[in-house]
Design a protein around this ligand. Structure first.
Ligand code: NAP
Length: 258
């Protein structure tokens, strides 16, 4: 008989790493996985957001550890994966969420900013998938979620311009497909989420620019709200999506279909 739906979404005994889990969308997705029973390792560069989030989560009874880490640095990525396995004995779920952006017209984009954005958003996701994937391959079980963006699907021709961000987020679709195809037979599923616009430290300036058009054009005519991403992350992290790999779920109020 098929498993009960509560069982399919249950993450009790599972261990997840969420990059950029200290605030914003990463924090919300971490909360969702923890509410479903997962033990977590959160990583981010700065303590000022990471420490309060760890305290808040522990106060709610979640099993959560944290580590400072820059996802673009291979040795720091490896250290997070090693610490996760040392602490919890396994690694089942990776959410590649850490991301940065830089606004500039293409003709004015400084090379060092291009390299930073690609280094965090795309190379960082690859490095974490590689390090976590090696652990997952040992046990024949893994779920990787790459947090892309509608910016990987649509241009920002009306501005604000973010050529490096768009390229990095489009690159994540290729990374997702390639890892899913390569590791599918080894029990590792790899999918992507492409959020539209959600309030955050990263997105607020862009939302200020785009909100009128979001309201005018989207079938669901508003910015995304708190709580509207964590269910999607839980779905892809859990056994509820066991026959899905290499896919992208767009969470944008339908904006990209019009
Ligand atoms: P945010 O509030 O700025 O959060 C970004 C997170 O990533 C923070 O925890 C940040 O912590 C961490 N981070 C940044 N650079 C890092 C690095 N090099 N190494 C490790 N951690 C790093 O932004 P957000 O909106 O929640 O964005 C989260 C993800 O969602 C990003 O990938 C973003 O592209 C994507 N996204 C967001 C939206 C939106 O509307 N908000 C839409 C589409 C996609 P530190 O700064 O301390 O490192």
């Amino acid at each position: 008989m098929a498993r009960d739906v509560k069982e399919l979404f249950d993450l009790t005994g599972r261990v997840g790493v969420i990059t950029g889990g200290s605030r914003g969308l990463g924090k919300e997705m971490a909360e969702g996985l923890a509410e479903a029973g997962a033990s977590l390792m959160l990583c981010a560069r700065r303590e000022e957001w990471l420490t309060p989030t760890l305290e808040e989560f522990r106060g709610r009874g979640f099993k959560v550890e944290g580590m400072l880490c820059d996802v673009s640095k291979p040795e720091q990525v490896q250290a997070v994966v090693a610490k996760t396995v040392e602490t919890y004995g396994r690694l089942d779920i990776l959410v590649n969420n850490a991301g940065v952006s830089w606004g500039a017209r293409p003709e004015e984009m400084p090379l060092d900013r291009w390299e930073q954005v690609l280094g965090v958003n795309l190379t960082g996701a690859f490095l974490f998938a590689q390090a976590a994937g090696r652990e997952m391959l040992k046990r024949g079980y893994g779920r990787i979620i790459n947090v892309s963006s509608v910016s990987g699907l649509q241009s920002s021709a009306d501005g604000p311009h973010y050529v490096g961000y768009a390229a990095s987020k489009a690159g994540l679709f290729g990374l997702t497909r390639e890892l899913a195809a390569t590791w599918g037979r080894s029990g590792i599923r790899v999918n992507a989420i492409a959020p539209g616009f959600f309030h955050s430290r990263l997105a607020d300036a862009v939302i200020e620019h785009a909100e009128a058009s979001i309201k005018a054009r989207s079938p669901i005519p508003r910015v995304g709200e708190a709580g509207e991403l964590k269910g999607v992350a839980l779905f892809l992290a859990s056994d509820a999506s066991n026959y899905i790999t290499g896919q992208t779920i767009v969470v944008d109020g339908g904006r990209t279909i019009v």
